[in-house]
Design a protein around this ligand. Sequence first.
Ligand code: PMV
Length: 323
Amino acid sequence: MRSVISIAPGKSILFGEHAVVYGFPAIAMAISVNSECRINEIEENKIKIILYNYDQVFEANNIKTLSQKFSSKYNQISECFYNFQKDYGVQIENVEIKIISNLFPSAGLGSSASIAVSLINALNCYYELNLKKEEINSLAYELEKIVHGSPSGIDNTICTFGNAIYFENGKFDYVKIPQEFLFLITYTNIEHNTKEAINRIRHLKEINSKQTEQFLKQIGKITKKAKVELTRNNIQEIGKLMNLNQKYLSNLQVSNEQISEIINISLKNGAFGSKLTGAGLGGCVITLGKRKDLEKISSILKAKGYKSFIAKNDKLGVICEKK
Ligand code: PMV
């Protein structure tokens, strides 16, 4: 009986969120916390889908019946199956497909892209299609459009290729991070709303254009400096730049009480730097530091009801193991 496991990393925006919407650069990084898709061949003539995080199981003996059972929330998955049947002529049958994500959903960690990439790569691997990562990435981008409308493509690119990317005006460039570094990702317990956060800055720009533009421009400068420091592995300097970036995000009113509390605890306990990651107004905070400090910070934050995990930068992107 055939069996494959495909694993795709999540993502975190290290620098430049929001400013990127106005043409300034951003840096996103793949993180070692991931989503996983397992496909096992089964004897029964059916397709069984297990969505572990949602505690949902769907079964049918063909894709059409299966997708009718899905709620619109899972359109991304049925679209993926249809694309594979149509574009690659594979018959999806006699399989159990299990999807598990270790990423907080709606938290700016690219969970939908990570799930899409792991599923596409699992199908690629199981049906031995030998698709290149570029193809996996563009298929994932199509699925991301279903979830996010017109996404930038950062999430699917990072989840497919891993590493870190410098993103500016629709173009990607890899940032070579020479060594592994550790960080803490803390969830504020508030789902973030990217649209609301973007609108907040747009409104700020309308009522106070000069100052808002100045803040965005400063973030652009910080991101450019951070690119250089990342390639030099200058962790302390990266931490300082994160703090500075956070200051401007806070001026742009996309921080909140929980984000500030997490950052204050982190910086008081030895972190090099700490900032919101993604849209803000909730979602997650990323904190850079030494393992022992991050462990201490994590336990203080857990005692306050926050969820956090220590992660490192991922360099592999999506991978697949056959059994
Ligand atoms: O929270 P996320 O991961 O969806 O990131 C949003 C980042 C923004 O810069 C606010 C928007 C964007 O499309 O780049």
